[in-house]
Design a binder for this molecule. Structure first.
Ligand code: ZN
Ligand code: ZN
Length: 201
């Protein structure tokens, strides 16, 4: 084991929120100026670490079971930021306007097919009826087309499915969720690593 350069507390960098009440404190503050809670604990390795750190940055000790780590996680996740809410609402409203616009365009498109390019009636329900007729006309055209090119569609579909399966398995294998011959690969890796270490000596 190599000796790490000894330092008793993490380097102060800017500010950090109190793990309990969220007050912004200097990064090296021992106590919270508002609620008075201790911001550091002494790890098994003797170093001072933030009480909300799930692992010790010095020795890697697991503190994730600590009550104060849980408390800080709950506080952070439960916090509602007004800016985030406004942003989400704006995105939602924008998406709704976009979808409504798209639906209107589609509605008018299919209604125009049904009327054969004539002017649409102002009544929305009449337009809806026309749009349904137009959709039927278009669908009938599509099914004719589909029957004519059925073999090509089956071929393209098969290619897409195979490609998709390959893509998904590659992704999952990379994520380590499924293992493709990992046992032999990892043992081979360990073996070659040991050999390399002995030859470099
Ligand atoms: Zn506090
Ligand atoms: Zn430690």
């Amino acid at each position: 084991m190599e000796e790490q350069p000894s330092e008793n507390s993490p380097p102060p960098a800017g500010s950090k929120p109190c793990y309990r009440c969220g007050t912004e404190l200097p990064a090296d503050a021992e106590l919270c100026s508002r609620c008075g809670r201790t911001q550091f604990r002494t790890c098994y390795c003797g170093k001072e670490i933030p009480v909300d750190a799930p692992t010790c940055p010095h020795c890697g000790a697991d503190w994730s079971g600590s009550r104060r780590v849980h408390k800080s996680r709950r506080r952070r996740s439960g916090k509602v930021r007004p800016q985030e809410v406004v942003k989400s609402a704006a995105i939602g409203a924008g998406a709704a306007i976009g979808i409504a616009g798209l639906l209107t365009i589609l509605l008018r498109y299919f209604a125009t097919i049904a009327t054969g390019g004539a002017k649409l009636p102002p009544d929305v329900f009449a337009q809806l009826g026309l749009a349904r007729q137009g959709l039927g006309i278009v669908a009938a055209g599509w099914s004719e087309w589909f029957v004519a090119y059925r073999l090509s569609f089956l071929f393209i579909g098969a290619v897409l499915v195979i490609g998709g399966v390959i893509g998904v398995s590659t992704y999952l294998a990379n994520k380590g969720l499924i293992k493709l011959g990992s046992a032999s690969r990892s043992s081979g890796h360990r073996h070659s690593g040991r050999r390399r270490r002995s030859t470099s000596k």
